[in-house]
Design a protein around this ligand. Sequence first.
Ligand code: PAF
Length: 281
Amino acid sequence: MQRIKTIKDMRALSRGLMSEKKSIGFVPTMGALHEGHLSLVRRSKEENDITVVSIFVNPIQFGLKEDFNKYPRDIDGDLKKLSSLNVDFVFIPEIRKMYPDGFSININIGGIGDIFCGAVRLGHFNGVATVVAKLFNIVMPHRVYFGQKDFQQTVIIKKLVRELNFDIDIIVCPTVREADGLAMSSRNSYLSPTERKSASILYRALKHGEGLILQGKQDASYVKTEIEKILNSEPLISIEYIGIVKPQRLESVEIIDSPVVICLAVRIGTTRLIDNLPVSP
Ligand code: PAF
C-alpha cells in the first residue's frame, strides 16, 4: 500500500493508471475508519483494478460550532486497516494544499442542501460537494463508493455528478450495523456507555416504521407519529427530524404508495446521530 501526500503525485499516479487502462475505484473518507468504510473498500476492490482511499477531515463541511477539532482521528489505525485489505493507494492531502490562501469557491448545491440535515448544519452539504468535486478532479476515479447511512449526502453527490457532468459512477452500499442495529459511524465513539445503549432505539424505531408500511399503512404522518412515540420513549433522545421521502429527490411524501426512505436525526446528549431505512411497500 502506497501513501500519497500531494495532489501532484495523486494526479500523476491516476494519469498513469488511466494510460494503462486500469479502472480506479475510490472511497473518500474522513478517517476514523470502521466496518462501514471497510465494506466500501471491499466492494471497490471487487469491482476495480485499483482502489484509492482518501483520508481528509474536510474543514469546510463543519459549522463554526461543530466538531471539526474533536472529530476522531486515528491515522495509524486507519493505515493498518487499509493495508490489511490490500488497498493500493491512500491519499492524505494537507489542508493548506486543498485550501490554499485565497481559496474562495464553494459549490452551492441548492435547496436540497438546506433541508433535513442541511437545515441544522448550514452550509454543510456545499462543503461536502466542494471537497468531493475537488477529490474527483484529483483522483479521477471511474467508480466512487458511499454508504447509504449518509443518505442525503448520496442524493446530493449523485446530483453533483449529474449536473457537473463528472464521468463517474456513484455506488451506494448498504449501511453496516452493530449487533443491536446501531448504524456504524465515526461519531458513535462520542457516546457514553449509557448513551450508546439508548442509541439502539434508532434502528428499532426505523424497523417499526418499516413494519407499519409493510402492513399497508400509507399515511406518512401516522407512520412518523408512531416512530416519534418510540424515539420519545427513550429519555436521553431528542428528535431533530423524522422524514419519509422519495429516494431520488428527497421529496417528502404524504401517501406511501411507492418506495420511500424513512430518515431521521436525533441528539443523544451532545452527539448527533442520523440513520435511515429504504422501504418498498
Ligand atoms: O462521508 C464523509 O465521510 C464525508 O462527507 C466525505 C464524503 C468524505 C467528504 O468529506
